[in-house]
Design a protein around this ligand. Structure first.
Ligand code: AMP
Ligand code: ZN
Length: 114
């Protein structure tokens, strides 16, 4: 079992509701959804936070975003829209230290965020 929760999920060591998988990326339903659609899109490779990415990760970061957009269309969020969020460290509200994009939709979001 990996020490990192999302590494364990990506390896299938912890059951989760997958909505997408490829060689580099997995996406699954958030266990505590904050909106009717709340998906997490993560790299299989352990990256602690977005601060730990560099120019070498530009392709991966682009693919994480394009996967989120494809899922947004699949989950019918392309008419009313959605929100993509990356929380980073303490002030960003990051609780799981494996890079992930939140895809939130199915209701109107507030701005500014809390
Ligand atoms: P963050 O605060 O950006 O680090 O978000 C972490 C997210 O992971 C939260 O929205 C949690 O609800 C979600 N989460 C924690 N454990 C699990 C799990 N086992 N399966 C799916 N989502 C999870
Ligand atoms: Zn990890």
């Amino acid at each position: 079992m990996s020490e990192c929760l999302f590494c364990s999920i990506a390896k299938g060591e912890i059951p989760s509701d997958f909505v997408y998988q490829d060689e580099d990326i997995v996406a699954f339903k958030d266990i505590n959804p904050q909106a009717p659609v709340h998906l997490l899109v993560i790299p299989r490779r352990h990256i602690t936070s977005v601060l730990d990415t560099s120019d070498e990760d530009i392709a991966l970061l682009g693919r994480l975003q394009s996967t989120a957009v494809k899922l947004a269309k699949e989950f019918d969020l392309d008419t009313n829209g959605f929100r993509l969020v990356i929380n980073c460290l303490k002030d960003g509200g990051q609780a799981v230290f494996h890079l992930h994009l939140h895809l939130l939709g199915g209701r109107a979001m507030n701005w500014p965020p809390g």
